[in-house]
Design a protein around this ligand. Structure first.
Ligand SMILES: [Zn+2]
Ligand SMILES: [Zn+2]
Length: 258
């Protein structure tokens, strides 16, 4: 349940005049009352070349080492924009500070990523119950709802539940992440294609775990779409020892991101 203070915040944000939540400049596009054109134009789209399965940028044409262990019926996974500092700030507001209406701003950028999906269900990555209670909402559900309204694809949060709370993933090694996520989800039996929806792709471990459960329970294919994709950590770029074609974003520290 949403606390009254949270509710007041939500209402206040509905009533605020159209002002960009990033630069406080005027917002002219009625479709997006929260982020102005200028700020949106700074979001960096993730373009090919990329891994056909996990969507990881692959400018050097190297074989992807992020996704070989993924289930064969999982993919493609696609993300709309790079999680640079500006986008990271917005995602933080979206996730932790009650700016759930940013879901619409984000979902507009995700629409092209599901254009070829055909007949499929949008399935938000669930939060554990306690975490959902703390935040008042699940950001992935808000994103899926916005994306569903824009594309007409059915939104089915009931297809997947998180049965075990997992500690925050960010400080874990890749191996610990996988162990941390084992059996974290339970899905209902359903043969339809599922498109997992989440806000950020970091290593793909959460999506992979959720996909494995949906496939185990009959889904004929699982795809995934996220608004943002985290760039590789600086330490990883240095450790991988290959040419950094475009500065801090490249190359992909495959070994660190599994
Ligand atoms: Zn702005
Ligand atoms: Zn890949």
């Amino acid at each position: 349940m949403v606390a009254w203070t949270d509710l007041a915040t939500h209402v206040e944000r509905w009533l605020l005049p159209a002002e960009c939540c990033e630069c406080f400049g005027p917002v002219r596009d009625r479709r997006d009352p929260l982020v102005c054109d200028v700020c949106r134009s700074r979001w960096r789209r993730i373009d090919p070349p990329m891994c056909p399965t996990c969507g990881e940028p692959a400018p050097l044409g190297l074989q992807c080492r992020l996704c070989p262990e993924w289930p064969p019926d999982f993919g493609p996974v696609r993300s709309a924009v790079l999680l640079d500092p500006v986008v990271r700030r917005l995602v933080h507001r979206f996730k932790y500070q009650g700016w759930w209406r940013l879901a619409e701003s984000f979902a507009w950028r995700m629409v092209p990523l599901v254009a070829d999906a055909g007949d499929a269900d949008l399935v938000p990555v669930p939060l554990a119950r306690r975490r959902r209670r703390q935040r008042g909402y699940n950001q992935a559900e808000r994103l899926a709802a916005a994306l569903g309204a824009m594309t007409g694809l059915p939104v089915r949060p009931d297809r997947l539940r998180r049965v075990r709370e997992t500690p925050t993933q960010t400080r874990l090694t890749p191996e610990s992440r996988r162990a941390n996520l084992a059996e974290a989800f339970t899905a209902e039996h359903n043969t339809r294609t599922a498109i997992l929806v989440d806000d950020v792709f970091t290593t793909g471990a959460t999506l992979c775990s959720a996909a494995a459960e949906l496939l185990d329970r009959g889904a004929d294919r699982v795809r995934a779409v996220t608004f943002a994709r985290a760039p590789l950590p600086l330490a990883g770029a240095a450790a991988s020892g290959t040419v950094a074609a475009r500065g801090w974003r490249w190359p992909i520290p495959f070994s660190l991101r599994r």
